[in-house]
Design a protein around this ligand. Structure first.
Ligand code: KIV
Ligand code: ZN
Length: 515
C-alpha cells in the first residue's frame, strides 16, 4: 500500500484565520500534540514574517524530535536565510518555498513575467538546496494556472533540486475531477516527476477541500496538507481529521496507509479549538459534539441492537473518552499529577503546585472534579496567565430587575499599579465590560462573546470566550470561573493582555510579508 504523508499547517495557514493569534507557549503545546498525533511534517510558521514567528519556528524545530518541522518562505534569499536560522536545529529540516504561477497573480500581485517567475523559482530552490536537505516547492494559485506553464515551471524546479511539489488550490476554486486531472497532467508531462513527491493543499471556499484532497490522493499525491478542525484563511483549509478518518474507514477503497495515531484526534481538536477560540460546529464530521450522537428513536434502537447499523466510525477510534475520571476534595497531589499526565499535559513542578491549589479551591465548591474541569484548570494555569500584563484583583456587580446594573472592578497592571473603576450598563455583562474599558482607557469593540458550561450540572464551571478589536488588533480571550461574571471578566482581560503583547511586539516585529 502507498504511504500518505500528513503535512499539518495549523500553525501557519491555520493561524492565518481571522482573529487567531497564538503565543509561543500555545504554539509549542499544539506542536507537541501534533507530534503525539504522529503527523509527518509540522509547518510551524513563516520565519521571515515577524520576530514572533521566527522565535516560535525555532523553538518548535528544536523541541520536536519525531516529525519534520518546516517553515514557509518566499522565493527570496533573505526569507530562506531566516528560515534556515530558525529550522537548522530541527530533526529533519525542510523548507517550504512558494511563488505564484497563475496569470492573475503574476500580472497583478507579483508584476512579473512568466519567465521572471521561473527564474526566481529556480534561483530560490538552488539557493535553498545549499542549506536544506529537503526543499518543497509550491505553485501558489496552481489551480488557476495554465497547465503547460505549470508543467514547465515544475520541471525546472525539479531540475534545480526540489523534492516535493505542492499544488495548492489557494482560493478553493477547483472541483475534485479537475484537481485529479492536474495531478495526472503533471505526471504525464513533467520529466522526472516520478522522482519527487506530489502534495495537495486545498482551501474550502466551495466546501470541497477534503474531497479535493482525497481526489489528489487517488491521482498520485502522496502528501496532503491540512489543518486541525479545518481552520485557516477565509473558509479554512482541508480538515486533517476528516481526510485521516476517510482514508482509514475506506481503506478498502483508497488502499493507502498513514502513520497517524487516530486516537489523538479528539484531543488535538479540543486543544486547537480552545487555544485558537475557533469553535467546532456540533455537526462537524469526526470531531463535532454530535458526530456520534444518535437522536432518532429508530437509529437508537438500531445502534442498541447492533452498533454498525448506523455507526461507521466508533468514538474510541478517534479518542473520544468513554468515561471521565472523577476526582474530589480528598484526592491528593499524586492523583492529580497522574491524571494530568494521563490527559497528556506536561506541567512543571511549580505549575502542578499552583494547579493543586486551584483544584482544592474548586473541590471545596464542587463535589466531583471531572476531566473537563481539570482541563479547564490546566488551561488557566498553563496558558491564560502567560506573559500577562493586567491581573484581576476583584469585581463586584450589582443587578436587580428594576435597577441599573453597575460594576466595580479592581485590576493590577504590570507595574504593580492598582486601577479601580466603576460604570453602568444595560445588563450585568455590559456594565462589567464598560468598566473594564475604562480601566484600559482605550476603545474596545466586542466582536464576539460566547459562554459554555464545562460539563453538566448546576455547579459546572463557566467558560467564556470573547473576540475583541483594540485599535486595529483583533484578538481573542478566554476565562474560566464558577461564576459567569468572573469568567466574563477574565476572558476580557485575557484578550486585553494578548492585545498588549501584540502591540508591544509590533514595533520590533514588523510584519515584512504576508501570504
Ligand atoms: O494556499 C496557498 O497557496 C498556500 C501556499 C503558501 C502554500 O498556503
Ligand atoms: Zn493555503
Amino acid at each position: 500500500m502507498r504511504n500518505i504523508k500528513f503535512f499539518d499547517t495549523t500553525l501557519r495557514d491555520g493561524e492565518q484565520s481571522a482573529g487567531v493569534n497564538l503565543n509561543l507557549q500555545e504554539k509549542l503545546e499544539i506542536a507537541r500534540q501534533l507530534e503525539r498525533l504522529r503527523v509527518d511534517i509540522i509547518e510551524a510558521g513563516f520565519p521571515a514574517s515577524s520576530k514572533g514567528d521566527f522565535a516560535a519556528v525555532k523553538q518548535i524545530a528544536e523541541t520536536i524530535r519525531t516529525c519534520s518541522v518546516t517553515g514557509l518562505s518566499r522565493s527570496v534569499r533573505s526569507d530562506i536565510d531566516a528560515a534556515w536560522e530558525a529550522l537548522k536545529g530541527g530533526a529533519e529540516p525542510r523548507l517550504h518555498l512558494f511563488i505564484a504561477t497563475s496569470p492573475i497573480h503574476m500580472v497583478h500581485k507579483l508584476r512579473m513575467t512568466p519567465e521572471q517567475v521561473i527564474d526566481a523559482a529556480v534561483e530560490a530552490v538552488k539557493y535553498a538546496k545549499r542549506f536544506f536537505p529537503i526543499v518543497q516547492w509550491s505553485a501558489e494559485d496552481a489551480c488557476r494556472s495554465e497547465r503547460p506553464f505549470l508543467a514547465k515551471i515544475v520541471a525546472e524546479v525539479i531540475k534545480a533540486g526540489a523534492s516535493v511539489i505542492n499544488i495548492p488550490d489557494t482560493v478553493g476554486y477547483i472541483t475534485p475531477k479537475e484537481y485529479g486531472e492536474i495531478f495526472l497532467y503533471l505526471q504525464n508531462n513533467v520529466p522526472n516527476i516520478e522522482k519527487v513527491s506530489l502534495s495537495a493543499h486545498c482551501h474550502d471556499d466551495l466546501g470541497m477541500a477534503v474531497v479535493n484532497s482525497l481526489a489528489a490522493i487517488e491521482h498520485g499525491a502522496t502528501q496532503v496538507e491540512c489543518t486541525i478542525n479545518g481552520i485557516g484563511e477565509r473558509a479554512g483549509n482541508a480538515a486533517l481529521e476528516e481526510i485521516a478518518v476517510a482514508l482509514h474507514i475506506r481503506k478498502d477503497y483508497y488502499q493507502v496507509e498513514t502513520r497517524l495515531n487516530l486516537q489523538e484526534i479528539k484531543r488535538t481538536s479540543n486543544l486547537v479549538s480552545k487555544l485558537t477560540g475557533v469553535v467546532v460546529p456540533p455537526n462537524k464530521a469526526v470531531v463535532g459534539k454530535n458526530a456520534f450522537a444518535h437522536e432518532s428513536g429508530i437509529h437508537q434502537d438500531g445502534v442498541l441492537k447492533e452498533k454498525t447499523t448506523y455507526e461507521i466510525i466508533s468514538p474510541e477510534l478517534v479518542g473520544v473518552p468513554s468515561n471521565s475520571m472523577v476526582l474530589g476534595k480528598h484526592s491528593g497531589r499524586h492523583a492529580l499529577r497522574n491524571r494530568v499526565e494521563e490527559l497528556g499535559y506536561t506541567l512543571s513542578e511549580e505549575e502542578i503546585n499552583q494547579l493543586f491549589v486551584r483544584f482544592k479551591e474548586l473541590a471545596d465548591k464542587k463535589k466531583d472534579i471531572t476531566d473537563d474541569d481539570l482541563v479547564a484548570l490546566i488551561f488557566e494555569e498553563k496558558f491564560d496567565h502567560f506573559n500577562e500584563f493586567y491581573q484581576l484583583s476583584s469585581i463586584q456587580v450589582q443587578y436587580g430587575t428594576n435597577q441599573i446594573p453597575t460594576a466595580v472592578v479592581v485590576l493590577k497592571d504590570g507595574k504593580g499599579n492598582e486601577i479601580q473603576e466603576a460604570a453602568t450598563g444595560a445588563g450585568s455583562v455590559e456594565a462589567l465590560y464598560n468598566t473594564l474599558e475604562r480601566c484600559f482607557q482605550t476603545a474596545v469593540t466586542l466582536l464576539d462573546y460566547r459562554i459554555e458550561s464545562v460539563g453538566g450540572g448546576r455547579d459546572a464551571l463557566a467558560q467564556v470566550f470573547v473576540k475583541v478589536r483594540v485599535n486595529d488588533v483583533e484578538t481573542s480571550g478566554r476565562g474560566t470561573a464558577q461564576d459567569v461574571l468572573e469568567a466574563s471578566a477574565k476572558a476580557y482581560i485575557h484578550a486585553m493582555n494578548r492585545a498588549v503583547m501584540i502591540e508591544a511586539m509590533r514595533g520590533e516585529n514588523e510584519k515584512v510579508a504576508t501570504t
